[in-house]
Design a protein. Structure first.
Length: 167
């Protein structure tokens, strides 16, 4: 099952901490049809992230962009871009002003596994928290880059009508 790790920062944007793992709602492969959506057309995973952003008065929501190690983009990258587009639309529909930005997530899961092993967690215990740990690494990297450069990290996802070919 695909999962989305959520992390949040303190109000000053200094430290990223894990929040939760949200089950990813994928297109219904295998003849099941479309993914279930709310009356507003939002999938449960996107709705949960929007609710978390609203509860925390988020200014930016970072979405990991899974590029190949070479930097090239593939199917997973296209899926992340489409997901980020749906997230922008849902945030706007909810009246939330948070900006969505895509940031490179290469090697974050590997780094998260290493950090959990170093912390004494057994590999079998990683599955439930690995996505949260990777989300913390993504967010902390973005926060650190922002402090170093004086500008937000990543690529802004523009509001537009999203035509997702993966659903």
């Amino acid at each position: 099952m695909a999962r989305i790790g959520l992390a949040a920062s303190d109000p000053d944007g200094l430290v990223a901490t894990p929040v939760e793992t949200v089950p990813r709602v994928l297109a219904g492969g295998g003849g099941r049809g479309q993914a279930p959506r709310s009356a507003e057309g939002t999938t449960a995973d996107v709705a949960r992230i929007v609710a978390e952003a609203a509860d925390r008065f988020a200014v930016v929501v970072y979405v990991g962009l899974p590029r190949h190690l070479s930097g090239k983009e593939g199917a997973a990258t296209a899926d992340a871009r489409a997901f980020a587009g749906r997230l922008v639309a849902a945030l706007e529909a909810a009246g939330e002003g948070a900006q969505v930005r895509l940031v490179d997530e290469r090697m974050t899961t590997v780094s998260a596994h290493q950090a959990l092993r170093t912390a004494g967690r057994k590999t079998k215990q990683h599955r439930s928290v690995i996505d949260q740990a990777a989300a913390v690494i993504i967010l902390q990297s973005a926060l650190d880059a922002e402090r170093a450069k004086g500008e937000r990290a990543g690529e802004v996802v523009e509001a537009r009508t999203v035509h997702d070919t993966h659903e």
